[in-house]
Design a protein around this ligand. Structure first.
Ligand code: FE2
Length: 447
């Protein structure tokens, strides 16, 4: 069915809002036209018209980093008592022995449904390959096919317990590649020695080059200021020419590097063209656990990397698993955590933070012309009951409509609280300031 959105504000690339309002017309699952709003124009005889009343139309949320194989396993077989990355890996290692295909398919699909309902239509999941049966991998490849008509899922082969430090780790990674993943990962800071860590990155680049795959490595996810594998990753990306097909995830040690080293590294990161993903929930939780006070924030240098022009995205990482007991997969919660953790609290920085789960994340994932509010591209977008990305982040709004492949996939009624203040008529409260309420026309969005 044809969809026309009338009178929407458009989110712009990099954060912010375009002046004026627009009509967006879709045909055959693609965006056919984006035109300045014209309320004199007759709506089409067939199809569905969505009156936006000036609400914010944005390309869908992009989840650049999640672990769907481990999701919804918190407390199984035990909780992560110390809250460290290392105990989390140990808990998962125990749970991993009981995996079945149905178990992984069911949990992964459940979280994808939660994310789709909240406007996420592009997802990169990591999948642990340090399992001799590769049970989770086969399950996630199956899920990728099953959800294809709704959202795009990239599967990264992730050697959670090491490439060279886990028995058969390199062979399992190669087998995962042979079974059809989208990207290859690594975990160099977890390998037994620095040499093993460097070797693991060479192994991963060789695999990626041979099979034409992207790379997304968990890299330097530790508070150890001596963990310096991201320089190896960036140098290999530069020399191999893979450049923006390479992502460094977490890189939390960067938050502990001395200024002199960080400055030199930043120059290399810019030259390499690699993308970076910061996961504020997981790393606010996991890092600093070995510190006495003051405890480090344990995040990568988000503000500095953005300032240098590096593509940086925010990821949710874990949803109810040994590394994060909470979460619903909501990208606006991720942004809120990231805004505070990385001190992105200037108004333009808050718009930028929003773009770290939209177009900046799309760039990290290499979505190219498969993403964006541009004629000819897939009709995937969200209508947010908000004036701007800043407003959407502040009030943590749910998408009124999620449109995927030109059809409405999810809708959340716009339902403010109702306040019965003594001596006054009942009043809706949606946290829009009273002085702005008259101009917030999107409040007329039909329930
Ligand atoms: Fe991760």
């Amino acid at each position: 069915m044809q969809i026309i959105v009338r009178g929407a504000r458009l989110a712009t690339e990099g954060g912010g809002t375009a002046p004026g309002t627009y009509d967006v017309e879709c045909e055959g699952g693609r965006i056919a036209r984006v035109l300045p709003a014209d309320d004199q124009k007759e709506p089409p005889a067939t199809g569905r018209v969505i009156e936006a009343h000036g609400a914010l139309l944005t390309p869908p949320f992009v989840e650049p980093h999640i672990h769907l194989d481990t999701a919804l396993t918190a407390g199984e077989p035990r909780w992560n008592a110390s809250g460290t990355l290392w105990e989390g890996i140990a808990c998962w290692s125990e749970r991993k022995r009981t995996l079945t295909r149905e178990d992984v398919v069911s949990r992964a699909t459940e979280v994808l449904r939660w994310q789709a309902a909240q406007g996420v239509l592009h997802v990169r999941t990591h999948c642990d390959t340090t399992d001799p049966e590769l049970t989770a991998l086969d399950a996630l490849l199956e899920v990728r096919d099953r959800v294809r008509d709704v959202l795009d899922l990239q599967v990264t082969a992730f050697p959670q317990e090491g490439v060279h430090s886990f028995p058969g780790g390199a062979e399992l990674l190669a087998e995962a590649v042979a079974r059809g993943v989208d990207a290859v990962g690594a975990i160099p800071h977890y390998e037994d020695t620095r040499e093993d860590g460097v070797a693991s990155l060479h192994t991963v680049f060789a695999l990626a080059e041979r099979h034409g795959l992207r790379i997304d490595a968990h890299c330097d996810e530790t508070d150890d200021e001596q963990s310096r594998f991201v320089e190896v990753l960036a140098a290999l990306a530069l020399r191999s020419g893979l450049r923006d097909r390479v992502t460094a995830s977490h890189t939390t040690a960067m938050g502990s590097y001395n200024g002199s080293y960080a400055h030199r590294l930043q120059g290399l990161l810019v030259r390499s063209g690699i993308g970076l993903v910061c996961n504020p929930f997981a790393n606010l939780n996991l890092q600093g656990r070995f510190d006495d006070h003051p405890k480090r924030r344990g995040l990568t240098r988000v503000k500095e990397l953005l300032g240098a022009g590096c593509p940086v995205a925010f990821g949710h990482d874990d949803v109810m698993d040994p590394w994060n007991p909470l979460g619903t997969g909501n990208p606006l919660q991720t942004v809120l955590a990231g805004v505070y953790a990385a001190q992105l609290t200037g108004p333009e920085e808050i718009d930028t933070a929003f773009s770290m789960v939209t177009d900046r994340a799309a760039r990290v994932l290499g979505l190219g012309e498969g993403y964006g509010l541009v004629a000819g591209r897939p009709a995937n977008f969200l209508l947010l009951p908000a004036d701007s990305p800043f407003d959407a982040v502040r009030r943590q709004v749910a998408p009124r409509y999620v449109v995927s492949r030109g059809r409405v996939l999810a809708e959340t009624p716009y339902a403010p609280a109702r306040l019965y203040w003594p001596g006054e008529d009942p009043e809706p409260v949606d946290f829009v300031r009273r002085r702005d309420a008259d101009s917030a026309h999107w409040r007329r969005l039909p329930f």
